[in-house]
Design a protein around this ligand. Sequence first.
Ligand code: GLY
Length: 571
Amino acid sequence: MKQLPYLLLVFISFLACKERSTPEPAVPVKGTIAQNAMVVSAREEASKIGIEILKKGGNAFDAMVATEMALAVAYPYAGNLGGGGFMVYRTQYGEIGALDYREKAPLAAHRDMYLDSAGNYLSEQSKVGGLAVGVPGTVAGIFAVHQKLGTLPMEELLRPVIELAREGYVVTEKQQGRFEQYAAVFEKVNEEASLYTLSQKAGDTIKNEALAATLERIAMKGRSEFYQGETAKKLVAFLQSKNGIITMEDLDAYEAQWREPVIFAYKDLNVISMSPPSSGGVCLAQIMKMVEPYPLREYGPNSTKSIQVIAEAERRAYADRSYYLGDPDFVQIPIDTLISETYSNARMDTFSFDAATPSTEVNYGNLEMAEAAMTESMETTHYSIVDAFGNAIAVTTTLNGAYGSKLYAKELGFFLNNEMDDFSAKPGEPNMFGLIGGEANAIAPQKRMLSSMTPTLIEKEGEFWMSVGTPGGSTIITSVLQTILNVYEHDMTMQEAVNAPRFHHQWLPDIVMFEPDSFSEETLDSLSQKGYSIDVNNAPVIGKVDAILRLPDGSLEGGADRRGDDTAVGY
Ligand code: GLY
């Protein structure tokens, strides 16, 4: 008996040695699987409300309305009534399209509104407070979707959302941290206490009666309540008391726009993504076209060679973004040329595996200021929905920064965006994402500011295959790209592809950002030796991807990002 502990130790050592010498094949990590329909979003409450709409016979477009508004209640960080967004859709019949409900510059906006008399950029003014706010598009967006493609009455779609606002949502650990971080800022910017200046702890329930009342009025009176009615009047009065320039005329003039999405082939995939005024689809197409000739599968995921090819393609696409892209209602954009194979191949002519191409050789820019700007917060939110009829949508919506301009319309129960910062306030100088903008994205009245949001749907063999998107400011495009490649080139499950560590390059600053503690020292050293500037400290999280993949047997796999509170719900 005395020998038992010793024998046990020997046996355990034997098992341990065995494990080391013959590793078991890795078991694939799968996300939530559903046979009929799925919603993946940043909050469990929103995914559940979306699924309930689908279960009662609504389609993906009905679920879009409810999910979008539920995020406005339970995820005020980015979900919104005071912001805007984009939706890409594919119906059960294979029709595809896109909706632009991006904010617009107010009528009183002008090119130099954030410059002082000496021409210096007053960067705080485009980020915080009334002057930072663009004319909100979200309510117009949900009504446009409902009118064209929805089936259930609006009141029925908003009922569970109003209930959520009234009965409350439970604060998560991650939310507690964010509320703690911003409560004092809200009080300072708004010069008063409000629901979100109170101490909110994980497990607390937040009830937003003001938002419930706003949603109730919208459910009863329709779109006009937000753009012409009582809500509009209260909103304008609030904004004008906070140095804002949005008028009743601005709200009245706001329209969401149906757009042609950007469509391109990557090998046997047909990718459908958001067109300008988002740069997402064009940049995604450019990068995918530039990397297509390289055998990424052979190089392996996140290997030195894969990172080099992808980072160099990103560098070139973001340089073009800065020069060519803006609101298509104001500027001519040579989309066909930018995403063509000929142009993409020529763009990679200067790439070599031996050394990084310095961004100064790809184009020009203000490096120092761009580096300083990169450390700002990057928020937005994405959700994907597939219904039992076969309709699929990808929607990304935003207030821009975390809680937007930090202005909280207390009487109405929601935050206002700071989307004006997505314009090039002073062409050549970086915005909060470090993105350098050009003339194409200069401010003009009624113009939409350039976005990076990349809601994307993919077809394979003529059928829906994937819905994907993410928040993350300038890192949105590269996160969507890497998620798609992880599944398609590296055979990851949807959940593994979402979990996988990510990196990002955006031309300027000339830095490759890596999520910390995720890439091997060997890989990072070899990239440094080739001349890449590596940053593993300033991007704790790159993207929070939510996605749905149709599996070969027709079932759906959800990929909900572990980096947030994101949740896939299906049936
Ligand atoms: N506000 C972030 C974006 O639209 O890209």
